[in-house]
Design a protein around this ligand. Structure first.
Ligand code: AMP
Ligand code: ZN
Length: 480
Protein backbone atom coordinates (compact mmCIF):
# COMPACT_ATOMS: atom_id res chain seq x y z
CA UNK A 1 0.00 0.00 0.00
CA UNK A 2 1.59 3.26 -1.18
CA UNK A 3 1.53 6.08 1.36
CA UNK A 4 2.36 9.63 0.37
CA UNK A 5 2.76 12.79 2.43
CA UNK A 6 0.19 15.22 1.14
CA UNK A 7 1.23 18.84 1.69
CA UNK A 8 -2.40 19.93 1.53
CA UNK A 9 -3.67 17.64 4.35
CA UNK A 10 -0.31 17.66 6.17
CA UNK A 11 -0.64 13.90 6.68
CA UNK A 12 0.71 10.69 5.21
CA UNK A 13 -2.24 9.37 3.22
CA UNK A 14 -2.90 6.02 1.60
CA UNK A 15 -2.69 6.63 -2.12
CA UNK A 16 -5.58 5.70 -4.35
CA UNK A 17 -6.09 7.02 -7.89
CA UNK A 18 -9.23 8.66 -9.26
CA UNK A 19 -9.67 6.01 -11.94
CA UNK A 20 -8.90 2.37 -11.21
CA UNK A 21 -5.73 1.64 -13.07
CA UNK A 22 -4.42 4.99 -14.29
CA UNK A 23 -2.51 7.62 -12.33
CA UNK A 24 -2.44 11.13 -13.77
CA UNK A 25 0.47 13.17 -12.50
CA UNK A 26 1.76 16.68 -13.21
CA UNK A 27 5.22 18.03 -12.39
CA UNK A 28 6.14 21.70 -12.54
CA UNK A 29 9.05 21.70 -14.94
CA UNK A 30 12.09 23.87 -15.56
CA UNK A 31 12.32 27.48 -16.57
CA UNK A 32 14.68 27.22 -19.49
CA UNK A 33 16.75 30.39 -19.15
CA UNK A 34 19.88 28.73 -17.77
CA UNK A 35 21.40 25.29 -17.36
CA UNK A 36 19.65 23.39 -14.55
CA UNK A 37 21.81 23.10 -11.43
CA UNK A 38 21.93 19.94 -9.35
CA UNK A 39 19.48 21.49 -6.86
CA UNK A 40 16.86 21.87 -9.60
CA UNK A 41 17.53 18.31 -10.73
CA UNK A 42 16.85 16.73 -7.32
CA UNK A 43 13.08 17.06 -7.69
CA UNK A 44 12.99 15.63 -11.20
CA UNK A 45 14.86 12.51 -10.00
CA UNK A 46 12.55 11.92 -7.04
CA UNK A 47 9.41 12.33 -9.15
CA UNK A 48 10.92 9.95 -11.69
CA UNK A 49 11.25 7.38 -8.91
CA UNK A 50 7.63 7.96 -7.91
CA UNK A 51 6.58 7.40 -11.51
CA UNK A 52 8.61 4.18 -11.78
CA UNK A 53 7.19 3.05 -8.45
CA UNK A 54 3.61 3.60 -9.58
CA UNK A 55 4.34 1.63 -12.75
CA UNK A 56 5.90 -1.20 -10.73
CA UNK A 57 2.74 -1.16 -8.61
CA UNK A 58 0.70 -1.91 -11.74
CA UNK A 59 -0.63 1.52 -12.72
CA UNK A 60 -0.56 3.11 -16.09
CA UNK A 61 1.01 6.52 -15.47
CA UNK A 62 0.10 9.56 -17.53
CA UNK A 63 2.70 12.15 -16.62
CA UNK A 64 2.74 15.73 -17.87
CA UNK A 65 5.48 18.30 -17.30
CA UNK A 66 5.70 21.87 -18.49
CA UNK A 67 8.66 23.68 -19.96
CA UNK A 68 8.45 27.31 -18.88
CA UNK A 69 9.86 29.10 -21.88
CA UNK A 70 8.22 32.48 -21.37
CA UNK A 71 7.18 35.23 -19.03
CA UNK A 72 8.64 34.02 -15.75
CA UNK A 73 9.54 37.19 -13.89
CA UNK A 74 12.47 37.48 -11.50
CA UNK A 75 10.27 37.55 -8.41
CA UNK A 76 7.05 35.99 -7.21
CA UNK A 77 5.28 39.35 -7.00
CA UNK A 78 5.09 39.72 -10.79
CA UNK A 79 7.69 42.47 -10.64
CA UNK A 80 11.18 42.62 -12.07
CA UNK A 81 12.57 41.58 -15.40
CA UNK A 82 11.56 38.50 -17.34
CA UNK A 83 14.25 35.84 -16.66
CA UNK A 84 14.29 34.67 -20.25
CA UNK A 85 14.70 38.17 -21.65
CA UNK A 86 17.39 39.03 -19.10
CA UNK A 87 19.36 35.92 -20.00
CA UNK A 88 18.92 36.64 -23.73
CA UNK A 89 20.16 40.22 -23.30
CA UNK A 90 23.18 39.08 -21.26
CA UNK A 91 24.11 36.48 -23.86
CA UNK A 92 23.30 38.59 -26.91
CA UNK A 93 20.71 36.07 -28.16
CA UNK A 94 16.95 36.09 -28.63
CA UNK A 95 14.63 34.76 -25.93
CA UNK A 96 13.57 32.02 -28.39
CA UNK A 97 17.18 30.89 -28.87
CA UNK A 98 17.79 30.84 -25.13
CA UNK A 99 14.68 28.75 -24.48
CA UNK A 100 15.56 26.26 -27.21
CA UNK A 101 19.16 25.89 -26.08
CA UNK A 102 18.35 25.28 -22.40
CA UNK A 103 15.40 23.03 -23.12
CA UNK A 104 17.77 20.83 -25.10
CA UNK A 105 20.34 20.83 -22.28
CA UNK A 106 17.62 19.98 -19.76
CA UNK A 107 16.59 16.98 -21.84
CA UNK A 108 20.22 15.83 -22.06
CA UNK A 109 20.71 16.21 -18.31
CA UNK A 110 17.51 14.28 -17.66
CA UNK A 111 18.62 11.48 -19.97
CA UNK A 112 22.03 11.26 -18.29
CA UNK A 113 20.29 10.99 -14.93
CA UNK A 114 18.07 8.17 -16.22
CA UNK A 115 14.97 10.32 -15.80
CA UNK A 116 12.12 9.12 -18.00
CA UNK A 117 10.70 12.44 -19.21
CA UNK A 118 7.17 12.57 -20.59
CA UNK A 119 7.03 12.50 -24.39
CA UNK A 120 5.50 15.48 -26.22
CA UNK A 121 2.70 16.51 -26.12
CA UNK A 122 2.83 15.64 -22.41
CA UNK A 123 6.16 17.46 -22.16
CA UNK A 124 4.56 20.77 -22.97
CA UNK A 125 5.90 24.25 -23.66
CA UNK A 126 4.15 27.34 -22.34
CA UNK A 127 4.62 29.11 -25.69
CA UNK A 128 2.79 26.30 -27.52
CA UNK A 129 -0.27 26.84 -25.31
CA UNK A 130 -0.99 30.56 -25.40
CA UNK A 131 -4.56 30.03 -26.66
CA UNK A 132 -5.31 27.66 -23.75
CA UNK A 133 -3.96 30.21 -21.27
CA UNK A 134 -6.02 33.02 -22.79
CA UNK A 135 -9.09 30.79 -22.51
CA UNK A 136 -8.37 30.20 -18.81
CA UNK A 137 -8.14 33.95 -18.19
CA UNK A 138 -11.37 34.50 -20.14
CA UNK A 139 -13.15 31.85 -18.05
CA UNK A 140 -11.95 33.54 -14.86
CA UNK A 141 -12.97 36.95 -16.20
CA UNK A 142 -16.47 35.70 -17.02
CA UNK A 143 -16.85 34.41 -13.47
CA UNK A 144 -15.78 37.72 -11.98
CA UNK A 145 -12.43 36.78 -10.45
CA UNK A 146 -10.30 39.28 -12.36
CA UNK A 147 -9.59 42.99 -12.55
CA UNK A 148 -7.53 45.09 -14.92
CA UNK A 149 -4.64 47.40 -14.05
CA UNK A 150 -2.45 49.43 -16.38
CA UNK A 151 -0.01 46.52 -16.63
CA UNK A 152 -2.23 43.49 -16.90
CA UNK A 153 -5.16 41.33 -15.84
CA UNK A 154 -4.98 40.24 -12.21
CA UNK A 155 -6.60 37.52 -10.12
CA UNK A 156 -8.42 38.88 -7.06
CA UNK A 157 -7.38 36.46 -4.30
CA UNK A 158 -9.82 38.01 -1.81
CA UNK A 159 -12.59 36.38 -3.89
CA UNK A 160 -11.26 32.87 -3.23
CA UNK A 161 -11.75 32.00 0.47
CA UNK A 162 -9.65 28.82 0.14
CA UNK A 163 -6.58 30.83 -0.88
CA UNK A 164 -3.77 29.83 1.52
CA UNK A 165 -5.11 26.35 2.27
CA UNK A 166 -2.15 24.55 0.72
CA UNK A 167 0.36 26.46 2.84
CA UNK A 168 -1.86 26.19 5.90
CA UNK A 169 -2.48 29.92 6.19
CA UNK A 170 -5.99 31.37 6.44
CA UNK A 171 -6.81 33.88 3.72
CA UNK A 172 -6.90 36.84 6.15
CA UNK A 173 -3.41 35.98 7.40
CA UNK A 174 -2.12 35.52 3.89
CA UNK A 175 -3.65 38.82 2.77
CA UNK A 176 -2.28 40.64 5.81
CA UNK A 177 1.20 39.16 5.31
CA UNK A 178 1.64 40.27 1.71
CA UNK A 179 2.27 43.98 1.39
CA UNK A 180 1.10 45.90 -1.63
CA UNK A 181 3.84 48.15 -2.98
CA UNK A 182 2.74 51.78 -3.12
CA UNK A 183 3.43 51.85 -6.87
CA UNK A 184 1.34 48.75 -7.50
CA UNK A 185 -2.26 48.85 -8.60
CA UNK A 186 -2.89 45.44 -7.06
CA UNK A 187 -5.84 45.26 -4.67
CA UNK A 188 -4.19 42.68 -2.40
CA UNK A 189 -0.54 41.72 -1.98
CA UNK A 190 -1.37 38.11 -2.86
CA UNK A 191 -3.11 38.98 -6.15
CA UNK A 192 -1.19 37.81 -9.19
CA UNK A 193 -0.99 38.50 -12.89
CA UNK A 194 -2.94 36.28 -15.25
CA UNK A 195 -1.94 38.27 -18.30
CA UNK A 196 0.73 40.96 -18.52
CA UNK A 197 0.69 43.78 -21.05
CA UNK A 198 3.73 44.38 -23.22
CA UNK A 199 3.01 48.13 -23.09
CA UNK A 200 0.73 49.99 -20.64
CA UNK A 201 -2.99 49.31 -20.95
CA UNK A 202 -2.44 46.64 -23.59
CA UNK A 203 -1.49 49.19 -26.25
CA UNK A 204 0.52 48.24 -29.29
CA UNK A 205 4.07 49.60 -29.43
CA UNK A 206 3.09 52.15 -32.10
CA UNK A 207 0.07 53.39 -30.16
CA UNK A 208 2.07 53.63 -26.96
CA UNK A 209 4.82 55.61 -28.69
CA UNK A 210 2.20 57.85 -30.33
CA UNK A 211 0.52 58.54 -26.97
CA UNK A 212 3.85 59.50 -25.39
CA UNK A 213 5.56 62.26 -27.25
CA UNK A 214 8.63 62.31 -24.91
CA UNK A 215 9.40 58.67 -25.59
CA UNK A 216 11.76 57.78 -28.44
CA UNK A 217 11.38 54.45 -30.24
CA UNK A 218 15.04 53.65 -29.56
CA UNK A 219 14.40 53.88 -25.78
CA UNK A 220 11.62 51.33 -25.91
CA UNK A 221 12.98 47.79 -26.34
CA UNK A 222 10.83 45.40 -28.35
CA UNK A 223 9.71 42.22 -26.66
CA UNK A 224 10.75 39.02 -28.44
CA UNK A 225 7.84 37.09 -26.95
CA UNK A 226 4.38 38.65 -27.03
CA UNK A 227 0.97 37.68 -28.33
CA UNK A 228 -2.31 39.41 -29.18
CA UNK A 229 -5.14 38.75 -26.75
CA UNK A 230 -8.66 40.06 -26.06
CA UNK A 231 -6.96 42.52 -23.64
CA UNK A 232 -4.21 43.68 -25.98
CA UNK A 233 -0.63 42.69 -26.73
CA UNK A 234 1.12 40.81 -23.94
CA UNK A 235 2.13 37.49 -22.45
CA UNK A 236 0.70 35.11 -19.84
CA UNK A 237 1.41 35.37 -16.12
CA UNK A 238 3.70 32.55 -15.07
CA UNK A 239 1.16 30.43 -13.15
CA UNK A 240 -1.34 30.25 -16.00
CA UNK A 241 0.53 27.67 -18.04
CA UNK A 242 0.37 24.92 -15.39
CA UNK A 243 -3.38 25.32 -14.85
CA UNK A 244 -4.11 25.46 -18.58
CA UNK A 245 -1.85 22.59 -19.65
CA UNK A 246 -2.64 20.21 -16.80
CA UNK A 247 -6.34 20.63 -17.61
CA UNK A 248 -5.70 19.97 -21.27
CA UNK A 249 -3.56 16.85 -20.84
CA UNK A 250 -4.73 15.33 -17.56
CA UNK A 251 -8.21 16.71 -16.94
CA UNK A 252 -9.26 18.14 -13.60
CA UNK A 253 -8.94 16.95 -10.91
CA UNK A 254 -5.94 14.71 -11.51
CA UNK A 255 -4.10 12.53 -9.00
CA UNK A 256 -0.67 13.90 -8.09
CA UNK A 257 0.92 17.33 -8.44
CA UNK A 258 4.64 17.72 -7.70
CA UNK A 259 7.13 20.55 -7.27
CA UNK A 260 9.78 22.06 -5.02
CA UNK A 261 8.87 23.35 -1.55
CA UNK A 262 9.38 26.92 -2.74
CA UNK A 263 6.31 26.47 -4.94
CA UNK A 264 3.94 25.93 -2.01
CA UNK A 265 3.21 29.51 -0.87
CA UNK A 266 2.84 31.26 -4.22
CA UNK A 267 2.99 29.26 -7.42
CA UNK A 268 0.87 26.34 -6.26
CA UNK A 269 -1.58 28.48 -4.30
CA UNK A 270 -2.03 30.47 -7.49
CA UNK A 271 -2.43 27.41 -9.69
CA UNK A 272 -5.12 26.14 -7.30
CA UNK A 273 -6.90 29.51 -7.22
CA UNK A 274 -7.00 29.72 -11.02
CA UNK A 275 -8.05 26.15 -11.67
CA UNK A 276 -10.62 25.82 -8.90
CA UNK A 277 -12.25 29.18 -9.67
CA UNK A 278 -12.31 28.58 -13.42
CA UNK A 279 -13.59 24.99 -13.37
CA UNK A 280 -15.26 24.49 -9.97
CA UNK A 281 -13.46 21.27 -8.98
CA UNK A 282 -10.17 20.63 -7.13
CA UNK A 283 -6.97 20.76 -9.19
CA UNK A 284 -5.20 17.69 -7.77
CA UNK A 285 -5.76 15.18 -4.97
CA UNK A 286 -2.16 14.79 -3.77
CA UNK A 287 0.38 17.62 -3.48
CA UNK A 288 3.99 16.46 -3.14
CA UNK A 289 6.95 18.76 -2.55
CA UNK A 290 10.66 18.07 -2.40
CA UNK A 291 13.05 19.87 -0.07
CA UNK A 292 16.11 21.75 -1.23
CA UNK A 293 19.62 20.67 -1.97
CA UNK A 294 21.91 22.85 0.14
CA UNK A 295 25.57 23.84 0.19
CA UNK A 296 27.03 24.67 3.62
CA UNK A 297 23.45 24.73 4.86
CA UNK A 298 22.30 27.32 2.29
CA UNK A 299 19.89 26.59 -0.55
CA UNK A 300 21.75 25.95 -3.78
CA UNK A 301 20.66 28.84 -5.95
CA UNK A 302 21.89 31.00 -8.74
CA UNK A 303 21.56 34.16 -6.66
CA UNK A 304 23.92 32.79 -3.98
CA UNK A 305 26.43 31.71 -6.63
CA UNK A 306 26.75 28.22 -5.10
CA UNK A 307 25.40 26.15 -7.96
CA UNK A 308 26.93 23.17 -9.75
CA UNK A 309 25.80 21.53 -12.96
CA UNK A 310 26.31 17.98 -14.24
CA UNK A 311 29.23 19.38 -16.20
CA UNK A 312 30.93 20.58 -12.99
CA UNK A 313 30.40 17.13 -11.50
CA UNK A 314 31.87 15.53 -14.57
CA UNK A 315 35.06 17.53 -14.16
CA UNK A 316 35.31 16.06 -10.64
CA UNK A 317 34.78 12.55 -12.09
CA UNK A 318 31.32 12.26 -10.60
CA UNK A 319 28.89 10.59 -13.02
CA UNK A 320 25.25 11.68 -13.27
CA UNK A 321 24.18 8.27 -11.97
CA UNK A 322 26.38 8.76 -8.91
CA UNK A 323 24.49 12.01 -8.31
CA UNK A 324 21.26 10.05 -8.61
CA UNK A 325 22.58 7.61 -6.00
CA UNK A 326 23.56 10.58 -3.82
CA UNK A 327 20.02 12.03 -3.99
CA UNK A 328 18.57 8.66 -2.95
CA UNK A 329 20.59 8.74 0.26
CA UNK A 330 18.18 11.21 1.87
CA UNK A 331 14.40 11.34 2.13
CA UNK A 332 13.01 13.80 -0.40
CA UNK A 333 11.28 15.87 2.30
CA UNK A 334 14.57 16.49 4.06
CA UNK A 335 17.20 18.99 3.08
CA UNK A 336 20.23 17.34 1.54
CA UNK A 337 23.63 18.98 1.88
CA UNK A 338 26.00 18.65 -1.06
CA UNK A 339 29.74 18.29 -0.54
CA UNK A 340 32.36 16.98 -2.93
CA UNK A 341 33.29 14.34 -0.34
CA UNK A 342 29.76 12.97 -0.17
CA UNK A 343 29.47 13.04 -3.96
CA UNK A 344 32.74 11.07 -4.22
CA UNK A 345 31.42 8.62 -1.61
CA UNK A 346 28.30 8.12 -3.74
CA UNK A 347 30.48 7.48 -6.81
CA UNK A 348 32.51 4.91 -4.85
CA UNK A 349 29.39 3.19 -3.59
CA UNK A 350 28.01 2.96 -7.12
CA UNK A 351 31.33 1.63 -8.43
CA UNK A 352 31.39 -0.96 -5.68
CA UNK A 353 27.84 -2.07 -6.52
CA UNK A 354 28.75 -2.38 -10.17
CA UNK A 355 31.81 -4.48 -9.54
CA UNK A 356 29.94 -6.74 -7.09
CA UNK A 357 27.03 -7.41 -9.42
CA UNK A 358 29.37 -8.18 -12.31
CA UNK A 359 30.40 -11.31 -10.47
CA UNK A 360 26.85 -12.58 -10.06
CA UNK A 361 25.26 -15.30 -12.19
CA UNK A 362 22.26 -14.65 -14.42
CA UNK A 363 19.03 -13.71 -12.58
CA UNK A 364 16.55 -16.43 -11.63
CA UNK A 365 13.73 -15.82 -9.14
CA UNK A 366 13.49 -12.95 -6.67
CA UNK A 367 13.71 -13.31 -2.90
CA UNK A 368 10.25 -12.39 -1.65
CA UNK A 369 11.27 -11.64 1.90
CA UNK A 370 13.81 -9.04 0.83
CA UNK A 371 11.46 -7.74 -1.83
CA UNK A 372 8.70 -7.19 0.71
CA UNK A 373 11.09 -5.25 2.93
CA UNK A 374 12.37 -3.09 0.08
CA UNK A 375 8.87 -2.37 -1.21
CA UNK A 376 7.63 -1.52 2.28
CA UNK A 377 10.33 1.15 2.56
CA UNK A 378 9.91 2.65 -0.88
CA UNK A 379 6.10 2.61 -0.58
CA UNK A 380 6.41 4.48 2.70
CA UNK A 381 6.42 7.98 1.22
CA UNK A 382 9.25 7.05 -1.18
CA UNK A 383 11.81 6.31 1.53
CA UNK A 384 14.75 5.83 -0.81
CA UNK A 385 17.34 6.05 1.96
CA UNK A 386 15.92 3.05 3.86
CA UNK A 387 15.35 1.20 0.58
CA UNK A 388 19.06 1.61 -0.20
CA UNK A 389 19.82 0.15 3.22
CA UNK A 390 17.85 -3.00 2.32
CA UNK A 391 19.65 -3.10 -1.02
CA UNK A 392 23.07 -3.20 0.65
CA UNK A 393 21.87 -5.90 3.06
CA UNK A 394 20.84 -8.03 0.09
CA UNK A 395 24.13 -7.43 -1.70
CA UNK A 396 26.15 -8.41 1.37
CA UNK A 397 24.02 -11.40 2.36
CA UNK A 398 26.24 -14.44 1.83
CA UNK A 399 23.40 -16.85 2.55
CA UNK A 400 21.74 -15.96 -0.77
CA UNK A 401 22.64 -17.42 -4.16
CA UNK A 402 23.82 -14.77 -6.60
CA UNK A 403 21.10 -15.51 -9.24
CA UNK A 404 18.49 -14.72 -6.59
CA UNK A 405 20.29 -11.54 -5.60
CA UNK A 406 20.54 -10.63 -9.28
CA UNK A 407 16.81 -11.11 -9.91
CA UNK A 408 15.84 -9.15 -6.81
CA UNK A 409 18.20 -6.26 -7.47
CA UNK A 410 17.13 -6.13 -11.11
CA UNK A 411 13.52 -5.60 -10.07
CA UNK A 412 14.47 -2.86 -7.61
CA UNK A 413 16.62 -1.20 -10.21
CA UNK A 414 13.58 -0.61 -12.42
CA UNK A 415 12.34 1.64 -9.60
CA UNK A 416 15.65 3.21 -8.53
CA UNK A 417 16.91 3.73 -12.07
CA UNK A 418 20.57 3.39 -11.12
CA UNK A 419 21.47 1.66 -14.38
CA UNK A 420 22.69 -1.47 -12.56
CA UNK A 421 20.87 -3.89 -14.86
CA UNK A 422 23.54 -3.71 -17.53
CA UNK A 423 26.28 -4.69 -15.03
CA UNK A 424 24.62 -7.76 -13.51
CA UNK A 425 26.49 -10.88 -14.52
CA UNK A 426 28.62 -9.01 -17.07
CA UNK A 427 32.26 -9.66 -16.14
CA UNK A 428 34.61 -6.85 -16.95
CA UNK A 429 35.96 -7.31 -20.45
CA UNK A 430 39.71 -7.36 -20.31
CA UNK A 431 41.49 -6.45 -23.57
CA UNK A 432 43.90 -9.12 -24.88
CA UNK A 433 46.97 -6.86 -24.59
CA UNK A 434 46.18 -6.12 -20.94
CA UNK A 435 45.68 -9.81 -20.20
CA UNK A 436 49.03 -10.62 -21.90
CA UNK A 437 50.95 -8.06 -19.82
CA UNK A 438 49.26 -9.30 -16.65
CA UNK A 439 50.21 -12.91 -17.47
CA UNK A 440 53.82 -11.87 -18.07
CA UNK A 441 53.86 -10.00 -14.78
CA UNK A 442 52.41 -12.99 -12.96
CA UNK A 443 55.16 -15.17 -14.42
CA UNK A 444 57.90 -12.66 -13.48
CA UNK A 445 56.48 -12.47 -9.97
CA UNK A 446 56.41 -16.28 -9.69
CA UNK A 447 60.09 -16.26 -10.73
CA UNK A 448 60.81 -13.59 -8.11
CA UNK A 449 61.94 -11.23 -10.90
CA UNK A 450 60.68 -8.21 -8.98
CA UNK A 451 62.11 -5.53 -11.29
CA UNK A 452 60.31 -6.91 -14.33
CA UNK A 453 57.14 -7.44 -12.30
CA UNK A 454 57.19 -3.82 -11.10
CA UNK A 455 57.84 -2.45 -14.58
CA UNK A 456 54.91 -4.45 -15.96
CA UNK A 457 52.64 -3.29 -13.12
CA UNK A 458 53.48 0.29 -14.11
CA UNK A 459 52.73 -0.51 -17.74
CA UNK A 460 49.30 -1.84 -16.72
CA UNK A 461 48.61 1.25 -14.66
CA UNK A 462 49.43 3.46 -17.60
CA UNK A 463 46.79 1.55 -19.54
CA UNK A 464 44.32 2.23 -16.73
CA UNK A 465 44.36 -1.15 -14.99
CA UNK A 466 45.23 -2.29 -11.49
CA UNK A 467 46.48 -5.79 -10.72
CA UNK A 468 45.61 -7.31 -7.37
CA UNK A 469 47.52 -10.41 -6.32
CA UNK A 470 46.41 -13.23 -4.08
CA UNK A 471 48.46 -16.37 -3.27
CA UNK A 472 47.32 -18.38 -6.22
CA UNK A 473 45.80 -15.90 -8.63
CA UNK A 474 45.46 -12.29 -9.73
CA UNK A 475 42.56 -9.99 -10.44
CA UNK A 476 42.41 -7.04 -12.81
CA UNK A 477 40.44 -3.95 -11.92
CA UNK A 478 39.83 -0.72 -13.76
CA UNK A 479 41.68 2.21 -12.21
CA UNK A 480 39.20 4.92 -11.07
P1 AMP B 1 13.11 27.10 -11.56
O1 AMP B 1 13.74 26.66 -12.83
O2 AMP B 1 13.82 28.19 -10.85
O3 AMP B 1 11.62 27.33 -11.70
O4 AMP B 1 13.25 25.88 -10.58
C1 AMP B 1 12.94 24.61 -11.01
C2 AMP B 1 12.70 23.74 -9.84
O5 AMP B 1 13.88 23.59 -9.07
C3 AMP B 1 11.65 24.27 -8.87
O6 AMP B 1 10.74 23.21 -8.61
C4 AMP B 1 12.41 24.62 -7.62
O7 AMP B 1 11.63 24.33 -6.51
C5 AMP B 1 13.58 23.69 -7.71
N1 AMP B 1 14.77 24.15 -6.98
C6 AMP B 1 15.42 25.31 -7.10
N2 AMP B 1 16.51 25.34 -6.27
C7 AMP B 1 16.54 24.15 -5.64
C8 AMP B 1 17.42 23.53 -4.67
N3 AMP B 1 18.49 24.14 -4.19
N4 AMP B 1 17.14 22.28 -4.27
C9 AMP B 1 16.05 21.62 -4.74
N5 AMP B 1 15.21 22.13 -5.64
C10 AMP B 1 15.43 23.38 -6.10
ZN1 ZN C 1 3.49 24.83 -11.99
Amino acid sequence: MLKLWNTESRTREAFGPISDDEVRMYSCGPTVYMRAHIGNLRGYVIWDILKRLLKADGYQVTHAMNITDVGHLTDDADEGEDKMIKSAREQGKTAWDIAKEYEELFKQDAQNLNIILPEPPLLCRATDHIAEQIKLVQDLEEKGYTYTTSDGIYFDTAKFPEYGKLSGQPLEEKLAGARVEASSEKKNGTDFALWKFSYPNGLSREDYLASNSDLRASDLPERAMEWPSPWGLGFPGWHAECSAMSKKYLGQPFDIHTGGVDHIPVHHENEIAQSVCAYGVPLANFWLHNEFLTVDGHKMSKSLGNTYTLEDLNSHNIEPLALRYFYLGAHYRQKLNFTWESAAAAQNALNKLRSLVREWDAPTEINLEYDDRFMAEIMDDINTASALGVLWELVNDNSLETPVKAATLKRWNTILGLGLGEYIGKPLEIPANVRAIADRRWEARSNKDWDTADALRLELENLGWLMEDSDSNYKLKLKK
